[in-house]
Design a binder for this molecule. Structure first.
Ligand code: GLN
Length: 496
């Protein structure tokens, strides 16, 4: 177990209802754990100052009325690009210095309504741009499996927090892989839902047509519970779709491995893939086949263009979304500046980090007159082809199996000098965003260095329940165990 109380939300709910522990006790434990180890890990940007109060109130209400949901009192960490009214939201950027949110993200509000206790906010690559958390203005998060390596990104703080037992559940956002790749690197489950499943209201926009919020958890059931709680139409996000969140639970219960058709895009298992990862995924495939599934080769001929398409579309959207950070409406303003225009320029120059600037430049270029046809519009066309490939594949299979990442967690600094090699980290995950499909990463054991390997499942729209059921089956064989940092942690880090 990653904590002394429970190993799943169901166990938590049982212990809570039987009075084996109070919500306050559990909350204090996790905050204490963060204070104990996060000086080393740096998964958190800050801890909540009213979590204990809230826990106490929830305990009192439970005494009188009982607990209405399994979520009641369950602790959760939130990626710091999701807003909570009255709290800072930094997006790990200097430009949001001093900003306090005026609203609470719908996804978070729905968890709070179920009784969740927010422990704090987690570290990320600035504005969720990156694959390692090295782009955080506040310094990177470390991988609890090997402190010399990155936890993945951009939601690296959330992934590391769950892996190291600072929280049993955390939220992230995924635009091109930012939930699934860090989940793979940290040995936990991470889910990117179907586009439109979960409201993006209160998520600071990176690329609005690709962004989705999703959970990090240690078990498939907990991830399912969290998705069901967050999902559903929201008047504050026009792209949310009116579908019953409970359909995920029904699909979860209904799915069985027997006769399940696994689509295998063989072309994605070739060059560039770490041989040990290939081997691990091969083993998972064999297990699933042993349990009654069958494999179906599929071609995704346009997926090879995924990275190119993504880095045109995502940067174009980012360039326009990030216009709002102008020194007037949010956070930091460079005081010494004189005229309005200089104030904008200097604020943005000082406030944004290198990668964010690179994205804004790339996106502005892709959208500029004369280049729009060649870049943005062409990318949209190829995106449509990528989507069509997937829908065609799903006429012949129920889900696709691929690696989550082509490599194991890499060392700090290994890719920072070469943006292209960093961008390639997301080669397997990016196409699910481009096609709006649900996808997840689930641990598939460890490599010879003891580093976690993730297997990636992609499904047709709205198939989260099915994917999670299969992930749960995979977890039964491949529990990655606890990171070594877990055992070492007593006295491992400075108190924050
Ligand atoms: N690593 C990708 C990028 O840098 C994806 C990030 C994300 O999903 N937010 O854009």
């Amino acid at each position: 177990m990653r904590n002394p109380f429970f190993s799943s939300m169901a166990e938590f709910a049982a212990g809570r209802d039987e009075g084996r522990f109070s919500i306050e006790e559990v909350t204090r434990y996790f905050l204490g754990r963060a204070r104990e180890i996060d000086g080393t890990l740096h998964a958190c940007l800050f801890l909540s100052d009213n979590a204990i109060n809230r826990a106490r109130q929830l305990d009192n209400r439970r005494q009188r009325e009982g607990a209405p949901s399994p979520f009641y009192g369950f602790p959760v960490m939130i990626k710091d690009n999701l807003e909570i009214k009255g709290s800072p939201t930094t997006c790990a950027s200097r430009i949001l210095e001093g900003y306090r949110s005026l609203r609470t993200a719908t996804a978070v509000r729905r968890l709070l309504a179920q009784g969740a206790v927010v422990l704090g906010k987690t570290n990320l690559d600035e504005f969720a741009m990156g694959s390692s958390t090295e782009n955080s203005a506040f310094g990177p998060t470390k991988n609890p499996w090997d402190l010399r390596r990155v936890p993945g990104g951009s939601s690296g703080g959330s992934a590391a927090a769950v892996a190291a037992g600072i929280a049993p559940l955390a939220l992230g956002s995924d635009t091109g892989g930012s939930i699934r790749q860090p989940a793979a690197f940290c040995g936990v489950i991470g889910v990117k839902p179907t586009y439109g499943r979960i409201s993006r209201s209160g998520l600071v926009a990176f690329a609005s047509s690709l962004d989705q919020i999703g959970p990090f958890a240690t078990g498939a059931e907990d991830a399912l519970e969290c998705l069901v709680a967050m999902a559903g139409q929201d008047p504050l996000d026009m792209t949310t779709v009116a579908r019953d969140p409970e359909e995920m639970r029904r699909d979860f219960d209904r799915t069985s491995l027997s006769g399940l058709r696994l689509g295998i895009p063989e072309a994605l298992f070739g060059e560039g893939l770490d041989p040990e990862i290939r081997e691990r995924i091969g083993e998972v495939r064999q297990r699933l086949v042993g349990a009654g599934a069958r494999e179906e080769p599929v071609g995704l001929p346009h997926s090879a263009s995924g990275i190119n398409v993504y880095y045109v579309l995502a940067t174009s959207e980012a360039a326009s979304n990030l216009c709002r950070f102008d020194g007037v409406r949010y956070g930091r303003r460079t005081a010494k500046a004189g005229a309005l225009r200089e104030m904008y320029e200097e604020t943005r120059d000082e406030g944004f980090g290198l990668e964010v600037k690179r994205r804004i430049l790339l996106g502005t270029f892709a959208l500029s007159a004369g280049y729009q046809e060649a870049f943005y519009k062409k990318a949209r066309k190829v995106q449509a082809m990528i989507r069509r490939d997937f829908l065609e594949a799903f006429t012949r299979c129920d889900l696709l199996v691929t690696p989550t990442s082509p490599t194991p967690p890499f060392a700090f600094g290994e890719k920072t000098g070469d943006p292209l090699s960093m961008y390639l980290s997301d080669i397997y995950t990016i196409t699910a965003n481009l096609a709006g499909l649900p996808a997840l990463s689930v641990p598939a054991g460890r490599d010879k260095n003891g580093l976690p390997v993730g297997v990636h499942l992609i499904g047709p729209p709205w198939s989260e329940g099915r994917l999670l059921k299969v992930a749960g089956e995979i977890s039964r064989y491949y529990d990655p165990g606890l990171p070594p940092f877990h055992a070492m942690s007593a006295g491992a880090g400075g108190v924050r």
